[in-house]
Ligand binder design. Structure first.
Ligand SMILES: [Ca+2]
Ligand SMILES: [Ca+2]
Ligand SMILES: [Ca+2]
Length: 325
C-alpha cells in the first residue's frame, strides 16, 4: 500500500485526498498574494487577461522568466486545485449578485482563437476553436457552466477568454475584465509562512502529501530564494539576522548519527560541502541547554545554511518539496 501511494505521488500531477487537501490548506493559510499547489500558482492581484498572460510568462521560479503560461486546466485534478487556491485567496460569495464579482473568478489560459464572427455557429462550443496558453487544443475535459460559452458581445468585443469560478465552473468573458489569475506552476517548492519547529514543519508537509524540501545545488538555492520571495514576500530588511522570519526549515538532519547528514527520505546530502554556510556553521552548537547539539537544516533568506535545533523556541517558515522534483 505504501509503495502504491508513493508511485501515485511520483507521477507528474498528483491527486490529493481529502486529508491532504486539509494539509495543503494549512500550509497556505497565512500566505498573501500568491498560493501554489504542485500544479498551479494563483495570484490574487486583479488584472485583465492580457496582463495575466504576460505575468505568467514573466513569473520567475529562479530559472529565468519567459517560459511560464496561464494555467492549462485539462483534468479534474487541476480544476480542483484551482478551486482550492481561489478559495485560499478569496471567500466564496453565494448571493446572486456577489457571485459575479471579480474576486469570484480566476483567469485560466483558455481562449477562443477561431470562428469569432459572432454567428450562431461560432457560439456553439467546438474544442478546435479554443486553445490553451501553452498552445494545446482542449481535450474532452470541460466544465462550462450551463449556457456557456455564450460568446456575448460588447461593441467590438466578444467573450473569447475563459474564467473559472469558485465552484470550478467555466465561463467565457471579455478580456478587459479583472480577475486573479493562475499559471502552471513549474517550481519545486511549496512554502509555508506558518511558524513551526522543524518537526512540526516536517509533519505539516507530510499531511499535505509532501516532504520537507531538499536544496541540492547552488541553482536550487536560487530557486528556493525565488520561491521565498514569491510566497513569503520580499525579505524585511529591518529584521535582525536571527529573526525567525529570516530562516526557512529544510528537510535535512544529522539527528540519527552526528555529522552524517541525510534528507528526510534517507538519501545522503551530497551538496553538504558545497553549501554556503553562515560561519562558523555547521557548528553543532549546544547553547540551548539540555540539547545534544544542532541536527536540523535551515536556510536563511540570504541563502546561507545553518545547523539548528528542533525546538519550540525555533519557530520558522518552512518549505515542502513537490513530488518528483
Ligand atoms: Ca459568457
Ligand atoms: Ca549535528
Ligand atoms: Ca548552527
Amino acid at each position: 500500500m505504501k509503495l502504491f501511494l508513493l508511485l501515485l505521488l511520483v507521477g507528474t500531477g498528483y491527486c490529493l485526498d481529502k486529508e491532504q487537501i486539509k494539509g495543503l490548506k494549512a500550509l497556505l493559510k497565512n500566505l498573501d498574494g500568491a498560493f501554489a499547489t504542485c500544479q498551479l500558482v494563483l495570484f490574487s492581484e486583479l488584472v485583465d487577461y492580457d496582463t495575466a498572460e504576460q505575468k505568467c510568462q514573466n513569473f520567475d521560479i529562479g530559472t529565468g522568466s519567459g517560459t511560464g503560461n496561464l494555467a492549462t486546466v485539462s483534468d479534474e485534478d487541476k480544476n480542483t486545485d484551482l478551486k482550492l487556491l481561489l478559495g485560499m485567496a478569496y471567500d466564496v460569495k453565494e448571493d446572486k449578485s456577489g457571485r459575479w464579482d471579480p474576486d469570484q473568478w480566476v483567469w485560466a489560459g483558455l481562449r477562443k482563437t477561431t470562428n469569432n464572427d459572432g454567428s450562431q455557429i461560432s457560439r456553439t462550443y467546438n474544442a478546435e476553436d479554443w486553445e490553451w496558453a501553452d498552445g494545446a487544443n482542449p481535450n474532452d475535459f470541460k466544465k462550462w457552466m450551463k449556457g456557456q460559452p455564450d460568446q456575448r458581445k460588447d461593441g467590438d468585443n466578444l467573450q473569447n477568454q475563459m474564467r473559472i469560478s469558485h465552484h470550478g465552473e467555466w465561463d467565457d468573458t471579455f478580456k478587459y475584465k479583472k480577475h486573479p489569475y493562475a499559471c502552471d506552476y513549474q517550481g519545486k517548492y511549496i512554502l509555508s509562512s506558518s511558524l513551526s519547529s522543524w518537526s512540526q514543519a516536517k509533519a505539516a508537509c507530510e499531511k499535505a502529501g509532501l516532504q520537507l524540501a531538499k536544496v541540492r545545488s547552488d541553482q536550487e538555492v536560487t530557486e528556493m530564494m525565488a520561491a521565498a520571495n514569491s510566497f513569503l514576500g520580499l525579505r524585511d530588511e529591518s529584521l535582525k539576522t536571527w529573526n525567525p522570519s529570516n530562516w526557512i526549515w529544510l528537510g535535512g538532519s544529522d539527528a540519527a548519527e552526528e555529522g552524517v547528514w541525510k534528507w528526510v527520505d534517507g538519501s545522503p546530502i551530497d551538496y553538504f560541502d558545497g553549501m554556503d554556510w553562515r560561519p562558523p556553521n555547521p557548528d553543532n552548537a549546544d547553547f540551548l541547554g539540555g540539547e545534544d547539539g544542532q541536527h536540523f537544516l535551515a536556510l536563511s533568506r540570504w541563502g546561507k545554511f545553518d545547523d539548528s535545533f528542533d525546538s519550540k523556541k525555533k519557530q520558522r517558515p518552512f518549505a515542502c518539496q513537490c513530488p518528483g522534483t
